[in-house]
Design a protein around this ligand. Structure first.
Ligand SMILES: Cc1cc2nc3c(=O)[nH]c(=O)nc-3n(C[C@H](O)[C@H](O)[C@H](O)COP(=O)(O)OP(=O)(O)OC[C@H]3O[C@@H](n4cnc5c(N)ncnc54)[C@H](O)[C@@H]3O)c2cc1C
Length: 564
């Protein structure tokens, strides 16, 4: 029997870039950004679940960095000596630490707090690039190991486990999962906290708190992913939506000195984050996964000091300008409020649901609107059905074909050519385990306890009903604009609910400006926009020029930020 060697971890393959050592002259270059602190032997420099001091460059002494595995045991990651620095992406936004760090001996270190770290990354491009790369790779390493994140106890195929795992994965946050039926640690946790099987999944947060089947917002607050918004702060720009359009606005606006808050009710990346492989985005000849592209944009925005409120749902824009009210006010579903001198609507679109009986009861576990590695793992080696004929359906079919035994691609029309790009049609034609069924319509779902067991489908000119044993159904059938939250705000919409801009909104509006002055709309949510990542990013860049023109024409001047 041949035993394959374990896959090398990122620490093995990219140790050099992950843990660079700064030369003394380089440390001198960055000294002005930090303060020197001393730590006694055994003292903690960072603790999992607590907000750390920032990026810490070791000047003298040694520091041990460790992570917790799913049973709470400590495992070493690295020992830092002089010239090395401690920190990962959490330090960029002043979030809670995902690892522990202890001084092995008396230590002297240069501590650079998050705002000064961001200033350093911008001021010193060469060093900034090395540090930024190390921070990103360290996060990738933690994601790979699942270290430092919450521990979810529940079955992999439970709808609530999928919901929580999907939420953390889409927000690039490490996590671990224990199976309550097979893991001794899971059984111990269930006994220790007297958890009934009906209360699963439970989540153990790094700070020690136990949550019973929490909502995404409860989980995000517990692990420090999102915090309260300062009610007295007035942002230059509040961006609703962290898809490609919103993130592009954030990067361009913040890099030009505007203060920016981005809000998203779910995760960064929007629909683009759901794309298994984007092949038509300029500059990526071999394609890139939507998550990888969007994670880069998200980190880039944070480097420029953009504040993120994710998950935070905006459920209203205060009604038409009150003459006494100088700023726009966004109302959030948790009753918080955000004040801003301008608003950019980048809330995109959401997937249409299928009109078939009982859909809702299967949505948690068996009906999916994303085809990411999480879903890929769930349907490995099985037969799956996918409804849709656009490019997103085509990409998902290609991706699922690499995991599932058989993919039934159910198309309402007579062929794929009318709605899907040629390269995808050809790729699908070359996959032996993808079967395209035209003139097909799902007519019924069968299953128990939220788990799908079969679908019924009318197909062909005769409309004959066929039953297939399918446990996972993927729906990619077009999108509707996310504009419910604008009701009563005075922002004009077209007949389908998309936001009108420029001359379509009012005669004297700037490009991308809505019927309300100072409120702009970009990306998929905008009436007449091209529904593509590149178009969304382009509008995100373009709107910043329009914002400057707006500020110049009103007395709502942006607050000027100090240069690093
Ligand atoms: C599976 C899939 C594959 C695709 N593949 C490609 C491709 O290969 N190439 C290509 O060019 N295009 C592709 N697209 C299309 C592309 O992803 C979209 O055109 C693009 O994402 C639109 O960007 P956006 O920022 O305007 O909106 P979105 O990406 O829709 O982002 C909007 C964001 O706003 C948030 N939001 C909505 N309402 C609120 C609220 N009330 N409060 C707070 N936040 C809110 C949402 O959670 C979301 O994150 C694909 C789409 C999908 C779904």
């Amino acid at each position: 029997m041949t035993v394959s060697a374990p896959k090398p971890s990122i620490i093995d393959t990219q140790r050099h870039q992950m843990f660079p050592v700064l030369e003394p002259p380089e440390i001198e270059r960055v000294r002005r950004f930090g303060v020197v602190r001393s730590y006694g032997a055994g003292e903690a420099l960072a603790k999992v679940g607590e907000v750390g001091d920032g990026l810490t460059i070791i000047l003298a002494g040694k520091v041990d960095v460790t992570q917790h595995d799913e049973s709470g045991r400590r495992a070493p990651i690295v020992t830092h000596g002089p010239g090395a620095f401690m920190g990962e992406l959490a330090q960029l936004a002043g979030r809670r630490a995902l690892v522990d760090a202890h001084a092995l001996e008396p230590v002297e270190a240069l501590v650079i707090p998050p705002d000064r770290l961001r200033a350093l990354l911008i001021a010193d491009a060469e060093l900034g690039e090395r540090i930024m790369r190390a921070l990103i790779l360290r996060r990738v390493g933690l994601l790979e190991a699942g270290a430092g994140g919450p521990v979810i106890v529940g079955r992999a195929d439970s709808g609530d486990v999928l919901r929580l795992e999907g939420f953390l994965a889409r927000n690039g946050h490490p996590r671990q999962r224990l199976n309550p039926e097979t893991d001794a640690e899971a059984k111990a946790l269930i006994e220790r906290f007297h958890v009934d099987p009906g209360q699963l999944p439970i989540v153990l947060c790094p700070g020690g708190q136990l949550l019973r089947n929490p909502s995404e917002t409860e989980l995000a607050r517990c692990i420090g992913l999102v915090g309260p918004i300062d009610p007295d702060r007035v942002y230059d720009v509040a961006v609703v939506g962290a898809g490609p359009a919103g993130l592009a606005t954030a990067v361009y606006a913040a890099s030009e000195g505007l203060s920016v808050l981005v809000l998203d009710c779910r995760a960064f990346g929007g629909q683009a984050g759901a794309s298994a492989r984007i092949e038509n985005y300029l500059g990526f000849p071999t394609g890139i996964t939507g998550m990888a592209l969007m994670a880069r944009a998200y980190n880039q925005a944070q480097k420029f000091g953009v504040e993120m409120a994710i998950p935070d749902e905006v459920n209203g824009l205060q009604a038409l300008d009150d003459p006494d009210e100088r700023n726009f006010v966004l109302k959030l579903s948790n009753d918080e409020r955000v004040s801003a001198r301008s608003v950019v609507i980048a809330s995109g679109a959401r997937y249409r649901r299928l009109e078939v009986e009982d859909l809702e009861s299967f949505e948690a576990s068996s009906v999916h609107y994303w085809a990411s590695p999480l879903e890929g793992k769930l349907c490995a080696g099985q037969e799956v059905a996918l409804v849709g004929a656009g490019n997103s359906a085509g990409q998902a079919a290609v991706y699922l074909a690499s995991r599932a035994a058989q993919v039934w691609l159910l198309v309402r029309g007579p062929d794929l050519e009318a709605s899907m790009s040629r390269y995808l049609v050809e790729r699908i034609a070359g996959l032996s385990n993808v079967k395209v069924v035209t003139q097909a319509q799902v007519s019924g779902l069968e299953g128990r306890d939220g788990m799908l067991e079969a679908i019924r489908c009318r197909q062909g000119a005769s409309g004959q009903e066929v039953r297939r044993p399918i446990r996972h159904l993927f729906l990619f059938i077009g999108a509707e604009p996310n504009t419910d939250w604008l009701s009563g705000s005075g922002v004009a919409l077209d007949g389908k609910g998309f936001v009108l801009t420029g001359g379509d909104a009012a005669s004297d509006r700037r490009p991308l400006e809505t019927s309300r002055r100072g409120v702009f709309a970009i990306g998929d949510v905008r009436s007449g926009s091209v529904k593509r990542v590149a178009a969304a990013v382009g509008e995100g860049a373009q709107v910043v020029a329009t914002l400057h023109a707006f500020f110049a024409s009103t007395d709502r001047k942006p607050a000027v930020r100090a240069k690093p």
